[in-house]
Design a protein around this ligand. Structure first.
Ligand code: SF4
Length: 193
């Protein structure tokens, strides 16, 4: 039986819309960059849903929980069981005690059960990108190996405006809720919280 307790309570329902709008912008930016490079993840063996990723914002946790609350009791119990199994294996993976690929608990036959509510990394991973830092330096990312090998036209995605908006919303949400904890969570840990 899934028995999560709310980390915090969000009084203002407007937050879900704000997060949804930002994620829609991310999806549009990703679509533009992947179309420019004629790039797709379809059929890729290096599926990022088998990789170890951490998520750091209350926004992403809140939105994923919104998605979890929409699942049927049966499906929620299934992903909860998978998450309980995955957490110790992910810890060993993080300590390089194993190199095994650990599927995300939300992955079902290669598809994401909460695609609409998936976090930022899941939305932006894969294409080449850059980030303009406040000090004027630029952080560049080549994209995943498949992108590097197959992308027809390397038009990197500018993560700067997306990160800026994410940081602003996160700061506002934390001020509004008084939540101050640092977050570094895998999807499995987010499910079990
Ligand atoms: S949340 Fe969805 S897209 Fe992200 S790793 Fe899990 S299954 Fe993949």
């Amino acid at each position: 039986m899934h028995t999560s307790r709310p980390l915090i309570t969000i009084e203002n329902p407007e937050w879900i819309n704000r997060i949804a709008l930002l994620f829609k912008k991310m999806d549009r930016s990703y679509a533009e960059a992947s179309e420019a490079g004629e790039f797709s993840c379809t059929g890729c063996q290096e599926n990022c849903c088998l990789s170890l990723f951490y998520h750091h914002t209350l926004l992403e946790l809140l939105y994923l929980r919104e998605g979890l609350n929409s699942l049927s009791e049966e499906t929620l119990n299934t992903v909860t069981f998978r998450a309980q199994e995955a957490v110790p294996r992910l810890h060993r993976r993080a300590e390089d005690e194993t190199l095994e690929k650990i599927p995300c608990p939300l992955m079902e036959e290669g598809q994401c059960l909460l695609y609409t509510h998936r976090p930022m990394v899941c939305r932006l991973h894969g294409v080449a990108h850059f980030l303009e830092r406040p000090d004027g330096s630029v952080l560049k990312g080549p994209g995943c190996s498949r992108y590097e090998e197959t992308a027809a036209d390397n038009r990197p995605l500018n993560r700067t405006p997306l990160y800026k908006e994410m940081a602003h919303l996160e700061k506002t949400l934390r001020q509004e809720t008084g939540f101050t904890d640092r977050l570094k969570l895998t999807i499995a840990e987010m499910i079990l919280l």
